[in-house]
Ligand binder design. Structure first.
Ligand code: FAD
Ligand code: NAG
Ligand code: NAG
Ligand code: NAG
Length: 637
């Protein structure tokens, strides 16, 4: 059975254990102070990290977080963990998006979720807690170019904040031995109550794919969180080491961090920021709308406003504020306050198609996910999750294994060279590169320069044998998705011109850069090889998709277009940290170019998506941003 289907079966188990929220929780603007030093827009993964750190660093300064969603207070409220990714989430804790059709993908739409709750997406995600490779973060500074700020967002500059952001707990010796877990504590070292741990459970066939990857020449790595992860990886889950309950920002950076100077307003939407006296006289005011009675109210910030509404909502807050592309604002009838074309541009995500198979001589493996359909097994699993320490299938979230493979390790040298050459040629061909951008950016030199800089950084990354291009996570057999870790196509997220407060319009533009198909093709061809390994043949593995009928590149590309999952829920990069001359929205200090007292801190600031799921990076970005802001206000900004 497929992990995503398992989520549906487990969905009925949601429990809502109540607990009393702290006094600092506000539900109405009448409960707020007359002003705040720092106002943070969005109580999600990065935003709560910043609120926690600033309120701790400056006891005499006040911090307000404004969050659209509810507070779900009890630890484990979103457990069992495999609740994620159902087409209709059964709690009002997520937004559900359907993108515009993608013409290059047979008009398929992307289905995307985003957390709408205190804790943001960390409270609803799949709890797969990996970091990108060093090459991913180095590509950010490479694309940005020379920087005199001294703030380094490359691997060396962000690694200390990855360490700080999380507490890693080793599994017991017995559990480690049973499954072969490996780790290296030097990748960790923090004491923040955001937990990374390995559960005491695996499906019985988990080892089969490990052996298969070994037979395909993919090496096991002891630790994958220290910058190098090309190989077979154990990936911890963001869960408590004893209870196996979800660890998320709403717990680790709010409930566990209550302070008299740290307020949280829930069920309010930030409409926009307003500069009554002009952009140079910040910080702006923050206009909020009560979801209870629709009333508007201005919150006054004395020091700074930090927008942390996530990659899909941060651009709309900026656009409603008149900060964005003049043509987009014009179409929506919003007066231009600051023309920054990069706002809502550069949208990308991970996507990929599956290879699936069946065993004609299956081994006697027990337990397997299909056992969850047996009421006795199911009841035992539920009881196990409530044991101390927690036991059984629910302790494993969506899984904790993955391969990360570089392009040089998947393709022939000839094929590799041809793909890299195509990307390099594109990076130096202004006419062609611009033709792959959204129509309204094709004559904008800054947007084109930024795209070309990204392409060059990607050509360098993808040609490196230690820089992964493909990820395949797994928990059991039967399906292997090929995540395209470094897509070249770019989309947009823009406010709905007909209703500015409604959900934004997502245009993924997937496959508009045709080189993405070369990469998907290389990945899928590589994954198909798993069927013929000795381990798979021992169990009579037969490919069910693409299937024997699909041969040749053209047919395989058609299969990919039909079966691709267009979002693995990692939308990003829509307010990119790049110079203004490269279409950037924020600088290395995360200040919005040209607007005083305004920063963005969330997954929209990345110029390029890292080759990992995003929550660990969202915490690390929040930690590094906090250090930057604390430093600024400790020295009179
Ligand atoms: C279903 C799903 C599965 C995922 N699986 C994984 C996984 O297994 N592993 C992993 O590492 N990552 C995963 N991710 C991705 C990861 O969780 C997110 O990329 C990351 O948490 C985003 O952090 P953020 O701070 O940018 O935004 P968020 O954490 O999403 O925070 C944004 C917050 O802003 C609030 N907000 C938005 N607009 C407004 C407004 N106008 N006013 C006030 N508040 C507002 C939102 O309600 C939200 O709380 C998954 C994401 C989803 C949605
Ligand atoms: C996608 O939709 C457009 C607009 O409706 C249509 O013209 C086009 O033929 C469709 N493409 C495919 C492959 O179905
Ligand atoms: C917030 O302030 C701006 C600028 O002064 C003003 O135009 C707007 O009406 C105010 N909103 C509310 C709700 O008071
Ligand atoms: C029930 O769960 C426990 C762990 O909590 C496990 O050790 C045991 O094997 C399970 N029993 C069955 C029949 O699955």
């Amino acid at each position: 059975m497929h992990i995503l289907q398992l989520g549906g079966i487990l969905a009925s188990l949601a429990t809502l254990a109540g607990a009393v929220p702290p006094a600092a929780l506000k539900r109405q603007v009448s409960q707020l102070r007359s002003n705040y030093d720092f106002v943070i827009v969005g109580g999600g993964t990065s935003g709560l990290t910043v609120a926690d750190r600033l309120s701790a660093a400056f006891p005499a300064k006040t911090v307000l977080v404004i969050e659209y969603g509810e507070i779900e207070f009890a630890p484990g409220v979103f457990d069992p963990p495999t609740l994620w990714i159902t087409a209709a989430p059964d709690q009002a804790s997520s937004w559900t998006f359907q993108s515009l059709p993608n013409p290059e993908m047979n008009n398929k739409t992307a289905f995307v979720l985003a957390g709408q709750v205190v804790g943001g997406s960390s409270a609803v995600n799949g709890m797969f807690f990996d970091r990108g490779s060093r090459f991913d973060y180095d590509s950010w500074t490479e694309a940005a170019g020379p920087d005199s700020s001294g703030i380094r967002w490359n691997w060396q500059g962000i690694f200390p904040f990855f360490k700080k952001s999380v507490t890693f707990t080793k599994p017991t010796a017995a559990v480690a031995q049973k499954y072969g877990y490996t780790w290296d504590v030097s990748a960790y070292g923090g004491s923040t109550p955001i937990y990374a741990s390995f559960g005491p459970f695996q499906w019985a066939d988990q080892q089969l794919l490990r052996k298969t990857w070994d037979e395909l020449g993919i090496k096991s790595r002891k630790e994958c969180a220290g910058g190098d992860k090309e190989g077979v990886c154990w990936v911890p889950s963001s869960q408590h080491p004893v209870t196996a309950r979800r660890s998320h920002a709403g717990l680790g950076h709010y409930a566990d961090a209550t302070r008299p100077n740290y307020d949280l307003l829930v069920k309010h939407q930030v409409v926009r920021v307003v500069y009554p006296q002009g952009l140079s006289l910040g910080p702006p005011r923050v206009e909020v709308r009560s979801l209870a009675d629709n009333q508007l109210f201005n919150v006054t910030a004395k020091a700074e406003v930090v927008i942390s509404a996530g990659a899909l909502h941060t651009p709309t807050v900026l656009q409603r504020s008149g900060i964005g592309s003049a043509s987009v604002l014009g179409a929506a009838g919003i007066p231009v306050v600051l023309d920054l074309p990069g706002v809502g541009a550069n949208l990308h995500d991970h996507s990929g198609a599956p290879v699936t198979w069946e065993y004609t001589t299956p081994g006697n493996f027990s337990p397997l996910p299909s056992d969850m359909l047996d009421p006795v097994f199911f009841a035992n699993a539920t009881a196990g999750f409530d044991e101390i320490p927690a036991q059984g299938p629910y302790t494993m979230a969506g899984g904790n294994s993955a391969i990360y493979v570089s392009l040089p390790h998947m393709t022939t040298n000839k094929k590799l060279k041809s793909i890299i050459k195509k990307i390099r040629d594109l990076a130096s061909n202004t006419a062609l590169a611009s033709s792959y951008l959204p129509a309204d950016y094709r004559t904008n030199p800054t947007m084109i320069a930024g795209y070309k800089a990204q392409l060059l950084a990607l050509a360098n990354l993808l040609s490196d044998p230690d820089a992964p291009s493909l990820e395949t996570p797994w928990a059991t057999g039967g399906t292997a998705y090929g995540f395209l870790l470094h897509p070249l196509s770019r989309g947009t997220v823009r406010l709905d011109p007909a209703d500015h407060l409604a959900q934004p319009i997502l245009d993924y533009r997937a496959g508009t850069n045709p080189i993405d198909f070369d990469l998907h093709l290389a990945h899928t061809q590589f994954l198909r090889k798993l069927i013929n390994t000795p381990t798979m043949q021992q169990y009579g593995a037969v490919e069910t998709a693409p299937g024997a009928g699909v041969s040749g590149d053209a047919a395989l590309v058609e299969y990919i277009k039909e079966q691709i999952v267009l979002s693995f829920m990692h939308p990003c990069c829509t307010a990119a940290m790049l110079p203004k001359a490269k279409g950037g929205v924020v600088g290395p200090d995360l200040k919005v170019h040209g607007a005083k007292g305004l920063r963005v801190v969330d997954m929209s600031v990345m110029p390029l998506v890292p080759g990992s799921h995003l929550s660990a990076t969202a915490y690390a970005v929040g930690e590094k941003a906090s250090a930057i802001i604390i430093d600024a206000w400790s020295h009179g900004h």
